[in-house]
Design a protein around this ligand. Sequence first.
Ligand code: ADP
Length: 699
Amino acid sequence: MKKKGETKRQRILIYYALAIVLPCLILGFLAFRGIKNDQALVEREQRSNLLEAGQQIIRETDAYLSSIESRSAVIFDSVDIPRNKIFYDSLLSKFITQNHVVAGVFYISGAGELFLLNNGMVYVPDDFLTVSDVSGSQTSQSILEKGWKIEFRENDFRKALAFYKNVLPDVTNDQSRGEILNTIARVQKKLKLDDEAIKTYDLLSNNYSVVLIQNKIPLGAVALLEKSLLYLGQKDTISALKTIHFLLSQLQRPFWELDYSHYANFLSKINEITSLCNNSRDEETRRFLERINTMKDSLTMSERHTEYVLAFLGNSEIISGDKKSVLENKNLRNKTLINGKSYLFSLVSDKDQGQWGLIMDPDYILNNIVHQSILGNANKSNFSWEVTDVNGEQLLKSEYIPENTSPVNTVFPSNLPSWSLTLYPENSGLFDSLFRPDHSLFLYIFIAIVIILACGLFFTLQTVNNELHLSKMKSYFISTVSHEFKSPLTSIRQMAEMLVRDRVPSAERQRKYYTSILKQSERLSHLIDNILDFSKMEEGHKLFHFEKADIIPVVRDIVESFQQHTADQGFHINLSIPEPLPDVVFDREAMEQVMHNLLDNACKYSGDSRKIEVDLLSKGNKVIISVRDYGIGIRKEDKDKIFSRFYRAGEELTQTIKGSGIGLTIVKQIVEAHHGEITVESSPGKGSKFTVTIPLCGI
Ligand code: ADP
């Protein structure tokens, strides 16, 4: 039986595999191929998009620089031709301040002479310094020599101070007055006359600031530095920092023309002084330090610009090399590599046969213009990026660079810095293609296939299991029913044979045999009734004949019949009807069957107990019939199942007690046909109580 069921199950599963799984696999394969083809198309499309994005970024960068060039051309037209090698022009300075991409401006005269706009150049190359070497005037020289004798040989500082102060009114020349005042301040310092020294340095920084002393050092810068040191000596940090702040602002303007070594020297002194104040907890000092740091940052920025300009000028052949454009009076953008860095400059022809030039800041072009343009385009096309210089060094890159994608490389054209832009497409793996919003059809197909397969498998297995279970139950039913038929029939036949052959001599024994034959045949007829009713109910053909009548005689007859039949087995069936009942609408035969099945079960499952109680009473508009035994009882988990067809609770029971598993199914269906209900209370080993409730006139 089990083997047969298994093969049936296997056969159904094979059909399922052929009818559902195979087509699904073919469909899945086709969908997969579709995705693959689609992926190739997507990749091609992506590459062309990236190529276009790369060109667009270059176009935008070029357009930005062109706009700067054309705006500058208008300004150059209204600017006078420079006269000093380092010149200043407010219009041009304003233009540079507004356009950060311009690091510097220069002018090449028709004769090829180079002029440089001093804008934010914190230091200048030696050959561009406009001032000649200062060796001090004759007057101051002789005065200072006399003073030095007193100051250094005689070491008489007071006398030296008096000497310098004495001669000062006679000196009229600014250079000499500056030098002498500087010496006075020095002697005052030696005499610890700090307040007076501060006053002298004040005078110097206010009136003799641009006077240069040895090595072209501006007196103003020296005076401010000394003044702040004196303040520091007096523990007046705030005044010291104020002085430093002022000095920095002068360097930034720039107020003096300094060469690199002087500039660097001043800066390191400033750093020394500020670092001395760094530990201060005073609120105002900290505020000043912050302001000074901001100033230093902007000075660093100016330094960078200065570096560009100087590095560029160091390669002046680049500038003066292109005379042709001057002659042809056309604008030109050029570039050069200095120390591995790609510098860009634009030449704008001037009406006076000269040429104006803009030095572009490559870092600004990269970090602002190119970067902004990349970000703008990346928003549209979704890509990762990388910008490298000619040596392949990475200058700029996106946060994430995908692996295993084939990037698109675009080289910047010759009129832009020598960079190379690499754009990486977003990952286009199989999985990504599947989940791409515009390709969700394939995803839906996959999901649908998986759902169909899962549901198909579930329902197939469920149906197979149900069918197998039912067929198992039916076979079991047939075998038990046949057995139930066989044993009474055999005993009827044996007893009938003995009676026919006169082998039962005593009349008493004969009556016993007849009674037994009657009992067995009654039992058989009930069994057949049950089977016939069950089959009718299964097919929905069972007809009921309802009538309004007294139900007591029906119940009493069945109980009495059971009392007689089971008396020899020792059963005590007690019927209790406390009061007369109203008439009930019911089908007599059906109700007899209900009582018969319930009493039959009560006897069968009584175990060693021999007590059965039947109660009949009315409650409200209902009649309640209960059959109670004190037998083996029913397990909790079986209580609901015993009303299902062919169900027999407890394996061991089914072996020893005869039964078909349809008795309670019939009872339930009859009760429900009367619009009533059947319930069971039971506990294993203590017995069961089946209660049928029928409405008085439920039909
Ligand atoms: P069966 O022919 O097996 O008695 P039924 O449909 O009448 O079939 O009963 C279904 C199952 O319910 C039985 O096999 C038995 O396990 C359980 N059952 C029914 N009545 C009782 C009872 N009074 N006491 C204990 N078990 C019962």
